[in-house]
Write a protein that binds this ligand. Structure first.
Ligand SMILES: [Zn+2]
Length: 317
């Protein structure tokens, strides 16, 4: 069964706040098909959309659910990857859901579930071919996941990576978590949108960096705040985790054209006058993925692959 499973395709499902993206990977890692469906909220809605996206994917290649080796799912919220249980995925209307068990009874094959940012780190590693990296997601929320020697750094309760709740602006605005000046309160998408609203339509997130380059003082200030916040996150990840690369992703990164270069410039500026920082080359460790690379869905498939590989030696014994 293990040998046969090694030849069968793997399905990855990324359940996001608006879209559910299913991707079918061959045993050698080739994308056989991918389909996107609108996410539905609530426990039954989330499952219905995941199954619909999966069946679209399978149907387009003439396969059925039992042809799969395994299924991996990435989803926001607190995830117990050992049980497949999801808690407090607020944007999806989920308080508690046995997602792994529910989907595994539907698919009839093993289903692995992990947090979406942790899944994305695996997807980034698959694309870049390295096992020591951090993935920093800058979206509505801000979180990171780190792979060290190919393995996800988790800590009890999967706490590792909640970098959005490190205070980076002492005395700054209050964060949803109750602290003042958290990274998420500085560079989270919702907070940025609220600060930019009075500047529209002259300055918006897609045009922010260009407006700053043209000398608009409000844009200069805002672009400086955002790039400094993200630069600090990169610095934290590299200096605490030793990550060879920090891959930037998420809605803010994709929408704000030119932001990644600004982050690199900020990091290079910090290295001026510090032989130590210069030797670490923070700017050189900032990476981006092609915008059409489905990092979270590929990563979800990798979650299942990793579990299957971990289980294989035990099944031989
Ligand atoms: Zn916070």
């Amino acid at each position: 069964m293990t040998h046969q499973g090694a030849q069968q395709p793997t399905l990855g499902i990324d359940i996001g706040g608006t879209k559910t993206h299913a991707i079918l990977l061959s045993a050698s890692g080739q994308v056989l098909a991918q389909r996107v469906r609108p996410t539905e909220v609530g426990t039954d809605g989330v499952i219905a959309a995941a199954l619909a996206a999966a069946d679209d994917c399978l149907g387009s290649t003439g396969l059925v659910r039992s042809d799969l080796a395994c299924v991996g799912v990435g989803i926001p919220g607190q995830v117990d990857h050992r049980t497949g249980e999801v808690r407090t995925a607020v944007n999806l209307g989920i308080e508690r859901l046995d997602l792994g068990a529910r989907l595994s009874s539907e698919f009839g094959v093993p289903v692995s579930v992990d947090n979406d940012v942790k899944a994305a780190a695996l997807g980034a590693a698959a694309h870049l071919g390295i096992g020591d990296l951090s993935y920093l997601n800058v979206g509505t929320g801000v979180a990171a996941a780190t792979l060290a020697e190919g393995r996800l750094v988790r800590g009890p309760g999967n706490l590792a990576g909640e970098i959005g709740h490190i205070p980076v602006a002492p005395g700054g605005v209050r964060c949803v978590c109750g602290q003042l000046g958290c990274l998420e309160a500085v560079v989270g998408g919702g907070r940025i949108a609220a600060r930019l609203a009075p500047l529209a339509p002259a300055v918006t997130l897609p045009t922010l960096v260009a407006a700053a380059a043209a000398g608009d003082p409000d844009a200069v200030a805002e672009a400086g705040v955002i790039s400094a916040g993200i630069a600090t996150a990169v610095q934290l990840l590299v200096l605490t985790q030793g990550s060879a690369l920090v891959v930037l992703g998420g809605g803010v990164i994709h929408t704000c054209v030119g932001l990644v270069d600004l982050v690199r410039r900020e990091l290079a500026a910090r290295a001026n006058g510090s032989d130590f920082l210069a030797s670490v080359d923070l700017a050189g460790r900032v990476a981006e993925l092609p915008s059409d690379y489905p990092v979270a869905a590929i990563g979800a498939a990798m979650v299942a692959r990793a579990d299957a590989e971990a289980a294989a030696p035990a099944s031989l014994g």
